[in-house]
Design a protein around this ligand. Structure first.
Ligand code: AMP
Ligand code: MG
Length: 475
């Protein structure tokens, strides 16, 4: 008997151009790899029910929950700056929306659920590696209080997918505030579908930005949400890797974990993604890329703003608001990392000075900041005279605050994770899983969802020779 879930699908009442009815394609021999029981409970889903045969069938896409309206969403987007008029869920099916007990509405999506009308030449499937990677990284981001999509479950399909080699297939159940992207608006704008734009804008305002009344408001809110989000990424050394406009969520969540990575050694030019050959999405370029993407968003909703010169000027001003809002958010993020609780002039310069010292010899980003809490930061930096001088100015700055040193330290301990999902650990976990051993996955998952607890294994940067320098989309 198929599972019954209280799914709604308000998205399916939007103009039909925005999606295609699409059920997931069943798989051969589903097996549960991971279930996020805490998240299930937050959504009022019974973990025992999800682990049952009926639950597993639903998570694998072998049965559609009673009452669900599964769809694949259409969108477009700029990929590495190049316009692609037709994208869409090529390997994902939106089962529907759940309203959590706290009133939040979330999408339940199966990623890797088979071909859709938007699959182009793809097979609609995902392999184990990227599924485990997204599971770990998205849940780590959540544990560090970064807005993100979540991972509810990972299921092995028992089928092989063909990539560079035959690999085991898997399906990720992804939970998101919504899957509406900048590219969803671009899709309609490119077709001059003004009615669709108005309906989509109304949908996202009601869903994500209650109180926003027009397209200017919407742009304003999205600019703020993105400024705050990117600042959070920067504070963790996170590199998204594929900030295409179709991978930028209107709700302001981190979405589409592909070749993403947390930096080991700090340098603003750092790139991991093997397909990002020119460094378009390097760590330090993320804020300017966000502005580029927001400009595309603003353009897409101009028809809702009147399109006359004053509207264009006003929209441009709003997009340009990203810079000061990001600067504010960035200073807040890094101030907390330095334990500074009372904003003061020159704080940004103090942060920049430390980052400059770190960049010189690519000091480990996470260890240096964590080391500010326990006095070991200097162990990770070779340019000692410059660092010692910086320490003195930092100490002096801290003494100017009226808060106690203990409070400063507590703020630092909360803002500087000890454990992030480091690339070499993630890769090791995937290798073990390919050999049928999920214990390393579970260990890393546990450690990265307790990021502020020191861990004897997972706190450590890669030893020489262990460092991973390239990550792959792995679709
Ligand atoms: P991404 O780079 O992961 O954001 O994906 C870009 C586009 O390619 C999206 O429209 C995906 O749905 C599609 N895509 C990625 N992998 C596959 C696949 N294996 N089969 C079909 N479509 C895919
Ligand atoms: Mg994508």
């Amino acid at each position: 008997m198929p599972l019954t879930l209280p799914l709604e699908n308000t998205y399916a009442s939007l103009p039909a151009r925005l999606f295609s009815a699409q059920a997931p394609t069943p798989v051969g021999a589903p097996e549960l790899l991971a279930l996020n029981e805490d998240l299930a409970r937050d959504l009022a889903l019974d973990p025992a029910m999800l682990k049952s045969d009926d639950g597993l069938a639903a998570l694998a896409g072998n049965s559609v929950p009673a009452g669900a309206t599964p769809i694949a969403q259409a969108y477009a987007g700029h990929q590495f700056g190049g316009w692609v008029p037709q994208l869409g869920d090529g390997r994902a099916v939106l089962l529907g929306e759940l309203v959590a007990p706290d009133g939040r509405r979330v999408d339940i999506q199966l990623k890797g659920a088979g071909r859709t009308p938007y699959s182009r030449s793809g097979d609609g499937r995902a392999w184990l590696g990227p599924v485990l990677r997204e599971y770990i990284v998205s849940e780590a981001m959540h544990a560090m209080a970064v807005p993100t999509t979540r991972a509810l479950a990972a299921v092995a399909t028992g089928e092989t997918v063909l990539r560079e080699a035959p690999l085991p297939g898997a399906v990720l159940t992804r939970v998101a505030s919504s899957h509406v992207r900048v590219g969803t608006f671009q899709y309609l704008y490119a077709r001059q579908d003004i009615e669709g734009l108005a309906a989509l804008a109304a949908h996202v305002m009601a869903r994500h930005y209650p109180g926003a009344t027009d397209a200017f408001d919407l742009l304003d809110r999205v600019v703020t949400a993105q400024a705050r989000l990117i600042a959070r990424w920067m504070g963790l050394g996170f590199i998204h890797g594929v900030m295409n406009t179709d991978n930028m969520s209107i709700a302001g969540e981190t979405i589409d974990y592909g070749p993403c990575a947390f930096m080991d050694g700090y340098h603003p030019d750092t790139v991991y993604s093997s397909i990002d050959r020119f460094g378009r999405y390097a760590y330090g370029r993320q804020p300017e890329i966000a502005v580029w993407n927001l400009a595309q968003f603003a353009t897409s909703i101009l028809p809702l703003m009147g399109e006359e010169a004053p509207a264009v000027e006003r929209a441009t001003r709003l997009v340009n608001e990203f810079a000061p809002r990001f600067q504010d958010a960035w200073r807040d993020v890094f101030r907390a990392k330095l334990g500074l609780l009372e904003p003061g002039p020159g704080d940004g310069d103090l942060v920049e000075a430390l980052l400059t010292i770190m960049a010189r010899d690519r000091a480990d980003f996470t260890r240096v900041f964590r080391g500010l809490v326990d006095g070991t930061a200097g162990d990770w930096i070779t340019g000692r005279p410059a660092f010692d001088a910086w320490m003195s100015s930092w100490m002096e700055r801290r003494r100017r605050e009226s808060v106690s040193e203990a409070d400063q330290r507590a703020a630092m301990a909360r803002s500087n994770p000890a454990v992030i999902p480091r690339n070499h650990h993630v890769e090791a976990v995937i290798s073990a899983a390919l050999d049928g051993d999920l214990a390393p996955f579970r260990a890393l998952q546990r450690a990265t969802t307790h990021p502020f607890d020191d861990d004897p294994v997972f706190s450590l940067p890669p030893a020489p020779g262990e460092e991973i320098t390239a990550t792959f989309c792995g679709t």
